[in-house]
Design a protein around this ligand. Sequence first.
Ligand SMILES: Nc1ncnc2c1ncn2[C@@H]1O[C@H](COP(=O)(O)OP(=O)(O)OP(=O)(O)O)[C@@H](O)[C@H]1O
Ligand SMILES: [Mg+2]
Length: 450
Amino acid sequence: MSKILVVDDEPKSVKLLRLRLEEMGHQLSSAGALEEAKHKLSSELFDLLITDVRLPDGLGTELVTFGKNQNSSMPVIVITAYGTIQDAVEAMQAGAADFVQKPFELEAMAMLVKRALDSARIRDEHSYLMDQMFAGDKEVILVGSSAPMQQVRELVDKVAVSRSIVLLSGESGTGKELVAQAIHSHSTQRDHPLIKVNCPGIPAQLFESELFGHMKGSFTGAFETRKGKFELAGKGNILLDEISEIPLELQSKLLRVIEDRNFNRVGGTAEIRVEARIIAATNRDLAKMVQEGQFRDDLFYRLNVFPIELPPLRVRKGDIAETALHLLRRIGPACGLDAHEISDEAQAALKGYHWPGNVRELRNVLERAMVIAGGGTIEIDHLPLEIQEVTAIAAGDGFASQVDAYKKSLLIDTLRSTGWSKKNAAQSLGLSQRALSHYVTKFQLDDHRD
Ligand SMILES: Nc1ncnc2c1ncn2[C@@H]1O[C@H](COP(=O)(O)OP(=O)(O)OP(=O)(O)O)[C@@H](O)[C@H]1O
Ligand SMILES: [Mg+2]
């Protein structure tokens, strides 16, 4: 349902329009003069404005500009008197979506209304997505001078300029989405959209329609014809995030689209070509899922053309200080605080921790620390206890104490995630229960139970 304002001083034509538009499921409001219309436009939000040019107190063309100032995405249809083509030209120049000459056929008007509303909605979706894309790629910086990160950057540069499907894998928070943005912004398609699809967020029964669009009336609830994400991505890139979560039966649909390079909207017959490049991302081991029969092997091979594996933060500890400073510069303005230094002790603690949540966890830890510190220098006591604890052991910089620090934080983490069930923790770490008990005593882990 859309809200439509009709501005016309002839009650009879308003009445006819009202009947037809309400029949289409829209809600209609009317005004008989320019001033009344302006009042309504400034106090309510409409999805569409239909206005006659000749009004008792002025020209309806004035409302085009006025209406657009109130709500720039509202389309306007202008009704001109027969033979006054100049009015129509002026209205279109002012930004009207369309015009119709009097006397008009009701059905022709119904069609114009539908067209204007459809294209406004698609434009809205598109500009929303473009906004998201530009917000996302303002500065895509992949920080890290370690060898594994350098390799990631090289792969990104190489694949960006190709049209090859990319498969990004890595633990949660390792930067898969950021890498997808980097690929997009380095590609020749960077002026086209980057569309992100969060696969687990889509209910299975809507999956096809989300991805490929649908025609009006193709299923209950399909009130309007809609483009899917593949169509919205156009010649750009489409990120299928957490692709492991697509149900098996839908995996075959996706596979077919990748193989045929075309698809139909749900309920549609026209074949639409896939022009977008697919970037798939996952934090699960797809090869293992294939072995276990949870992911189609043929789809996996199709996706695994150009794999990029993102290294966890703990295998590139040398990047932690640099990444932390980069993140602080990012977070500062967002919290209205300025902290750009990290004390040596706090840096050592950050380095000692094993970062199961990777860069995202580092970011969260720093954001919290910045708020606690209230700006200035981040000190060790601004960090969460589990990170402070690590350094108590890693006081020496030696290999053994670093390994101990790692073991300790890994054990604490696992115990927390199993609700301190020693049996389950031992199982998940592949340790005997005896070995686990040994560590619990050695590191006094029970002290960390909260
Ligand atoms: N190498 C990096 N340099 C700078 N910032 C990074 C880097 N890697 C990740 N980040 C930042 O860490 C946060 C998490 O990254 P991102 O969302 O890309 O991770 P992800 O792998 O998609 O995680 P998930 O699997 O949980 O969705 C973001 O704020 C991102 O900007
Ligand atoms: Mg992600």
